[in-house]
Ligand binder design. Structure first.
Ligand code: CP
Length: 305
């Protein structure tokens, strides 16, 4: 079993991981030897703080060990991806793959006989969203019926929120100046619309009405942020998206929880002071990446939680 996107997981699997993540948060010593003798490889084409740290520390806390592989210091780039994944299978028991392209995550999962977890690609970020569901459940006591408004660029995080919403009955409204850009999963959007669990609008204030959670993320994927070749597109997006910034004026008087998967670009998608707003559950989200990663590993290892 793999975790390539939440579209492939059942509601029961998602809810089991959410519950197990919360149990591990309350009692971090649970299952301390469950993965003794096992190794998690973290194969990354992109930089990371949360996904890498949560991966390395989670497997250590479960009695196993981690092997971090920066793609550029391996021979993955010189060979067939499937061949190299099969070789990695000879050494490790789990793989977190942070790849640029979703097709490569799919290819790795197809070639691998050990579980592959998608550690964020251009289309989806399922490990993040499992931690987010846990955080929402801990804050609100439910997932079904939660109204989440995602503000900003429709990206991998947004796709995964919509996929999760469809499974657990959470409504995702997207407030964006560019509804359903190429990064959006069109089939998923259509399925969400049909289920009444997804909508998109350019009207930010309307989208915030009655929402329980407001969530934002970077307007520019991390690999492009400081890329000179992307400078003109970056400038275009900053101008277009700035009215969609989460700030005190926009959120004044609103009873909601504030989320961001981090890293935050203060002054862009979010005013820095909002990270420490009493309504912010952003640091709980970051903390839950560790507990949720442990729950995912235990689930993939077949350990009942
Ligand atoms: N949210 C997230 O995936 O963080 P990193 O890019 O630091 O892993």
């Amino acid at each position: 079993m793999h975790l390539v996107t939440l579209k492939d997981w059942s509601a029961a699997q998602i809810l089991e991981v959410v519950a197990a993540g919360s149990a591990l948060r309350k009692n971090p010593g649970l299952h301390a030897r469950a993965l003794a003798g096992r190794t998690l490889a973290l194969l990354f084409q992109k930089t990371s703080t949360r996904t890498r740290c949560a991966g390395e520390i989670s497997v250590a806390q479960l009695g196993g060990r981690a092997l971090y592989l920066d793609w550029r210091s391996t021979n993955f780039g010189l060979a067939d991806l499937g061949d190299e994944i099969r070789v990695l299978n000879e050494y490790v028991d789990f793989i977190v793959a942070r790849f640029l392209k979703h097709d490569d995550v799919r290819c790795a999962a197809h070639a691998s006989r050990v579980p592959v977890m998608n550690g964020c690609c251009d289309r989806y970020h399922p490990l993040q969203i499992l931690a987010d569901l846990q955080t929402i459940h801990e804050a609100l006591g439910r997932l079904e019926g939660v109204r989440l408004t995602y503000v900003g660029a429709h990206n991998n995080v947004c796709n995964s929120l919509i996929a999760a919403g469809l499974k657990v009955g959470m409504q995702v409204r997207v407030a964006t100046p560019e509804p359903e850009p190429p990064a959006a999963d069109a089939e998923l959007c259509e399925a969400g619309r049909r289920a009444g669990l997804y909508s998109a609008t350019t009207d930010l204030r309307a989208a915030l009405e009655g929402c329980d959670v407001v969530y934002t993320d970077t307007w520019i994927d991390m690999e492009y942020f400081d890329d000179p070749a992307f400078a003109a597109e970056k400038e275009r997006r900053l101008q277009l998206y700035l009215p969609y910034q989460l700030n005190a004026r926009l959120l004044e008087g609103r009873d909601l929880r504030l989320m961001h998967c981090l890293p935050a670009h203060r002054g862009y998608e979010i005013d820095g002071e909002m990270l420490d707003d009493p309504r912010s559950i952003i640091m709980a989200q970051a903390q839950n990446r560790l507990h949720s990663q442990k729950a995912v590993l235990l689930h993939l290892a077949g350990t009942r939680s």
